[in-house]
Ligand binder design. Sequence first.
Ligand code: GDP
Length: 329
Amino acid sequence: FRKKQIPEEELVGKILAGNKTALGRAITLVESHQQDHLERAQKVIEACLPHAQRSVRIGITGVPGVGKSTFIEAFGTYLVSKGKKVAVLAVDPSSSVTHGSIMGDKTRMEKLVTMENAFIRPSPSGDSLGGVAQKTRESIVLCEAAGFDVLLIETVGVGQSETTVHSMTDFFLLLKLAGAGDELQGIKRGIIEMADLIVINKADGENQKAARDARLEFKRALNLYPPRESRWQPQVLLSSAINHQGIPEVWEEIMNYLELVQANGFFEANRHEQNKFWMLQTINEHLKKSFYQHPEIKKELQVQLKAIEQKKTSPFAAAKHLIKLWNEV
Ligand code: GDP
């Protein structure tokens, strides 16, 4: 059984009209591993590009259990109530194994999923973070063409996925929990440097004092960093996502940020930098894929790996040999 193919032009027309079913279908093409689907996807993306609306792309990260899904439910429904069209995407490189370890739990976005002006899409599965990220980048274009003006891009604090999401968003929000007084230990330094806003979630019940303490501690830590290129001074706020508390304040902070960086030119400059970065990334991904998937390379790679194991060659000689072969095939 095969679904009837919709011509690309028809799909594009529906996306531009804001049709969520068409948007979902186009993203499915983007995420496909089939060559003909990918070619169709490229046509759709190209047609959509000039129509991508003005939007703000917000990255949201935090360890599992911090309350990302709950926060997105509260934040997303708030934004929709303010007249925004909200799309939620995710970058989760582990999802090919675990089948969507984040946002699998739609029950926490119960209300948002039913809203006309919200669109939620779990992470594409792929073999590499690069592959997953590229698909999300393309989905961003499609969502913007469909008129979604706030994009929430969720990721887990695993490996490089935060850096990846940071490089495709305008604003980066880090969700934290108040801990046992050692909040700043074990937190990757780079993440603090990327965060435009830290929100201490679960600031409710018995947690309130600890949350206020954590807030001070993070504020102090943030003051130790040199001024940013954006000239933005990141703040630390408290939220109770489950009670929908602290949510309007987060949006207000994002609006303040946008006002600053749109006036000083950083917003545009940053998006230009991101576009250049993503072009290079796409080339890297493509080269990597065509290298490793080439049948001759695949075969010879095994031979060389064996040779390294048997100490018959050095890693560098083996690499050189394979690259030389690549230039010849
Ligand atoms: P995620 O793994 O980061 O997406 O976290 P979830 O949104 O799934 O939340 C993990 C757990 O924390 C769930 O049991 C939520 O009900 C709970 N939770 C989320 N936000 C809050 C909050 O603001 N206060 C409290 N007390 N619990 C929360």
